[in-house]
Design a protein around this ligand. Structure first.
Ligand SMILES: [Fe+2]
Ligand SMILES: [Fe+2]
Length: 474
């Protein structure tokens, strides 16, 4: 289907053929724009930003670059092309044709899945709202805004599903998505990590490395869904998510490059000395890593979950790479190890796999994360610095599941409260760490210039040079 880019709402879902749906979305749109101006990037309305806009889902067509004022960004509704005769790949309905409408018995479960995913999208925009004020370069500022408009588009994607398939309840949920606020005490966002602050660019890069990677794994699980419109929506979102994780991985990589260069070439290892040079020492970076990793692990939910089992058996949410896994895709009788505490130590315990699907997705995420951190360590070694970043134990600093309330150190040892208190400043960012990182933040707005604490990237965006004016201020 062609893109109705001339319509008010760019889409490839044939919106102009469905007047009722088009009207509903056109009514939601002004509320979205109000939300964007109230909670979107601070002080950005008049800026011309060199952004990528999806104008088609076909190869090459989804990445159209041009200067845009963000309130005029064309947030669109795009689904990946339908796979002919697609069938459900797992659960009790395995082998039946994928659903094109919502099966009545799963209506509330499916709505819950879509609302939970949808809620994270505006939440991250809210969390990142003030970062534009302290961007370390125009290149980085543009990448922040790109992520923000795409998270806005992901909200549109979920709202489309709610409006198109869930009637009045869907419309109410779509409104509520614009009413909750990240960190609000009365009406917070649904998931914990999305109510945390993202106060500085080190946190932002960690967030996009870890928390957007949670997004990848959730979307991969939804891409397997037997509800075909959700699957196709998730598949298109994944294309955009890759850029968000790139921003995180390369952002931290550039911080490392700058610091490790000084460590390797000048032999300076002392964090105090590195800080006196205005750099982010690697132990501080490790503490930020520990924090964002552990908060993100909690996003996968309780290690044993009857909801996860229900979503799977119903065919609504699969495993990561479900269609490529070689088993019966029903999981009756299969087991999976989860963590538990026994005799003051962490132990693993086998439980029915159906109930442990959150844990399994978390473990897939852990593997992906470890590969990324290994790439950072290679970079450190290449610069001749002697330091290695570690991915903490899965039980460290957890607030959800069997390990909530259990004090586990980054090496996976259960520790007492007093031991935790004595060492927490070595494990998680301390107030002085946060103050130091905050002291480095300040907007660099001259094309081609980069803040002292971060190296320039290897290349620009869309083949443009590093000194390209990625954001115009007048
Ligand atoms: Fe997203
Ligand atoms: Fe994202």
């Amino acid at each position: 289907m062609d893109i109705a880019y001339g319509d008010r709402i760019p889409n490839n879902v044939g919106l102009s053929d469905n007047k009722a749906l088009q009207r509903a979305l056109e009514q939601w749109q002004p509320a979205f724009v109000d939300w964007w101006s109230e909670m979107g990037p601070d002080g950005s309305a008049s800026l011309d930003v060199y952004l990528r806009t999806a104008v088609s889902v076909h190869k090459g067509g989804w990445a159209h670059f041009d200067y845009v004022k963000m309130p005029e960004y064309r947030w669109g509704i795009f689904l990946s092309p339908a796979e002919p005769a697609r069938s459900i790949n797992f659960g009790a309905h395995k082998g039946r044709p994928a659903w094109q409408t919502v099966p009545g018995e799963y209506r509330s479960a499916l709505r819950r899945i879509i609302v939970t995913q949808g809620d994270t999208e505006p939440a991250s925009v809210e969390q990142q709202r003030h970062l534009g004020r302290t961007a370390p370069s125009l290149y980085d500022l543009r990448n922040l805004y790109q992520i923000n408009v795409e998270e806005g588009r992901h909200l549109w994607a979920m709202v489309y599903l709610l409006h198109a398939f869930f009637g009045r309840d869907g419309r109410e949920e779509a409104e509520a998505l614009l009413q909750r606020r990240s960190g609000d005490t009365d009406n917070p966002r649904i998931l914990g990590a999305f109510n945390e602050r993202t106060p500085d660019w080190l946190s932002f890069f960690m967030f996009t490395f870890f928390t957007d990677r949670d997004g990848k794994f959730q979307l991969c699980a939804l891409a397997e869904s037997g509800f075909d419109p959700l699957s196709r929506t998730a598949r298109f979102m994944l294309i955009e998510e890759a850029h968000h994780m790139f921003v995180g991985e390369s952002g931290i990589g550039r911080v490392i490059e700058r610091t490790a260069e000084m460590m390797g070439s000048e032999g300076i290892d002392d964090p105090v000395q590195l800080r006196s040079l205005g750099l982010i020492d690697l132990p501080t970076l490790q503490r930020y890593l520990n924090l964002h990793y552990s908060i993100t692990l909690d996003l996968f939910g309780a290690d044993q979950s009857s909801n996860a089992a229900t979503f799977y058996t119903a065919g609504l949410k699969g495993r990561y790479g479900e269609s490529k896994i070689d088993d019966d895709h029903e999981l009756h009788g299969a087991e999976y190890p989860i963590l538990d505490v026994a005799g003051g130590r962490l132990v693993t315990r086998e439980v029915p796999m159906l109930s442990a699907l959150n844990e399994r997705l978390r473990d897939d995420f852990v593997k992906d994360t470890e590969a990324g951190v290994a790439r950072w360590n290679k970079l450190i070694a290449r610069k001749g610095a002697r330091f290695a970043l570690n991915v903490p134990h899965k039980g460290f600093n957890r607030s959800i599941g069997a390990l909530a309330g259990v004090r586990v150190d980054p090496a996976g040892r259960v520790v007492s409260d007093s031991e935790w208190e004595a060492h927490v400043a070595d494990w998680l960012p301390s107030q002085p760490d946060r103050e130091y990182v905050a002291s480095l933040m300040g907007r660099v707005a001259e094309p081609g210039r980069f803040a002292n604490w971060i190296a320039p990237p290897g290349r620009g965006i869309d083949g443009k040079p590093l000194d390209f004016e990625y954001v115009r201020f007048d």
